[in-house]
Ligand binder design. Structure first.
Ligand SMILES: CC(=O)N[C@H]1[C@@H](OP(=O)(O)OP(=O)(O)OC[C@H]2O[C@@H](n3ccc(=O)[nH]c3=O)[C@H](O)[C@@H]2O)O[C@H](CO)[C@@H](O)[C@@H]1O
Ligand SMILES: C=C(OP(=O)(O)O)C(=O)O
Length: 430
């Protein structure tokens, strides 16, 4: 079992570079299967477990998907299978993003229903509602969702009850090859949605309005493979920004696009952190005198739920009480219990976490409960007294490339080990 061991106390300094965005590359990869001719070449592809999983999904469907370092070559010119089994969806919920592309290209898609996960129940009703509005017949049973259409999907006007990122992406892709015009209202506005729209437009699609509350898509008959560079990962960038600030460090994060990080920059400045903005990088200079804040996670451009756990670590160093409210996922506070193991003073009240600072965190053995919890426990370890050991690193590997090496490059005392020590079951059960 792999473990990360952090010895707290080092101030981070220097420069770190972020990868292409996980949440941009996954939908772009699934959109590439709509290209009935030509090869797709993607650059700045992060070497993540999730990218490997979605590539396996594509290969299962008879698509060529070959990765060479940070480049991915995809050829979907063949007859594709239109089924995605549970073994893939179980590993990664974003597999459900093949639904729109397959249905649009073949008039059929059968995908294992994604279950709930540690952060919430995560239904896909908004995806299905939109596909039905476009004329698809949708059946849910035996753990699968199956969608058919005898003719092409028809353009429709769709209002999302919530600006769901995945639903906006699935419907935008389905509409790209539909007959007529689709309008998606109350859609998600994340930078990753804009990246996907740019990619579809390069393929020959006609998408306008991505990044606003209404997207209009005029369906076309055919899409072709193209070359595309994935946008930088704003969540990875934000994770390092917090790591720099919490250690009272001075770091530059290359690939941090300030326009994509407005809410985090505003909140960190409110806490007293100094932030200098450049075109595609930010410099973060920490302070000993952090102020408490209130944060509420919201769809973009609100504060991202994917940075909630990381920023919570910083509030543990602030002088006073911070209130962090999670409105996007109903169960995204699993890290609070782990912070308490490190002597963090945090408690959950309804949908909020109340954090009292400043606290001198203590090194402890903690376990990652989801991807961002993994990163935030490591960040907490950077300022804890003594050693912090973080396990369940499969979560971290879904979303961070060489996280340990990058932190070492900034001066952290951290290592990843493969610990094969057999644990006495009597001790473990206590
Ligand atoms: C691969 C990817 O891009 N993942 C991101 C994406 O996930 P994902 O696309 O799954 O997130 P959504 O925006 O769809 O979900 C947000 C909320 O809407 C609810 N909902 C969603 C769809 C639906 O049909 N019905 C419904 O009720 C969800 O349960 C959740 O409470 O956006 C999330 C919110 O920014 C991020 O945390 C994830 O990192
Ligand atoms: C929740 C996340 O991802 P996913 O939607 O892939 O589970 C995340 O990136 O923090």
């Amino acid at each position: 079992m792999d473990k990360i061991i952090v010895n707290g106390g080092n101030r981070l300094t220097g420069t770190v570079k972020v990868e292409g965005a996980k949440n941009a590359v996954l939908p772009v990869i699934t959109a590439s299967i709509m290209a009935s001719k030509g090869q797709t070449t993607l650059h700045d592809v992060p070497t993540l477990a999730d990218v490997d999983t979605i590539s396996e999904v594509l290969r299962f469907m008879n698509v060529d998907a070959e990765r060479d370092g940070r480049h991915l070559y995809i050829n979907a010119e063949y007859d594709l299978k239109t089924v995605t089994p549970f073994e893939y969806v179980r590993k990664m919920r974003a597999s459900v993003l093949v639904l729109g592309p397959l249905l649009a290209r073949y008039g059929h898609a059968k995908v294992a229903m994604p279950g709930g996960c540690a952060i919430g129940s995560r239904p896909i009703d908004q995806h299905l509602k939109g596909l039905e509005a476009m004329g698809a017949k949708v059946e849910v049973g035996n753990g699968y969702v199956e969608a058919f259409t005898t003719n092409r999907l028809q353009g429709a006007r769709i209002y999302l009850d919530f600006p769901s990122v995945g639903a906006t992406e699935n419907l935008m892709m389905a509409a790209a090859l539909a007959d007529g015009t689709t309008i998606i209202e109350n859609c998600a506005r994340e930078p990753e949605i804009v990246d996907l729209a740019n990619f579809i437009n390069k393929m020959g699609g006609k998408v306008i309005g991505a990044g606003t509350e209404t997207i209009k898509i005029e369906g076309v008959d055919e899409l072709t493979g193209v070359t595309h560079r994935i946008i930088p990962d704003r969540i990875e960038a934000g994770t390092f920004m917090v790591a720099g600030a919490i250690t009272n460090g001075d770091i530059t994060v290359e690939g941090a696009i300030p326009a994509h990080l407005r809410s985090l920059i505003a909140k960190m400045k409110e806490m007293g952190v100094q932030i200098e903005e450049f075109d595609e990088s930010v410099r973060v200079i920490g302070t000993d005198l952090l102020k408490p804040i209130d944060i509420k996670t919201m769809p973009y451009p609100g504060f991202p739920t994917d940075l909630q756990a990381q920023l919570m670590t910083l509030t543990m160093r602030a002088h006073g009480t911070s209130v962090i409210t999670e409105t996007v996922f109903e169960n995204r506070f699993m890290h609070v219990e782990e912070f308490r193991r490190m002597s963090g003073k945090a408690k959950i009240e309804g949908r909020s976490a109340i954090v009292k600072g400043p606290t001198q965190l203590q090194g402890a053995e903690v376990s990652a409960t989801d991807l961002r919890a993994a990163a935030s426990l490591i960040i907490a370890g950077l300022i804890a007294d003594g050693h912090t050991t973080v396990t369940e690193l499969n979560h971290l590997d879904r979303g961070y490339v060489e996280f340990v090496e990058k932190l070492q490059g900034l001066g952290a005392d951290i290592e990843r080990i493969n610990d094969t020590t057999v644990v006495d079951p009597m001790v473990q059960s206590n």
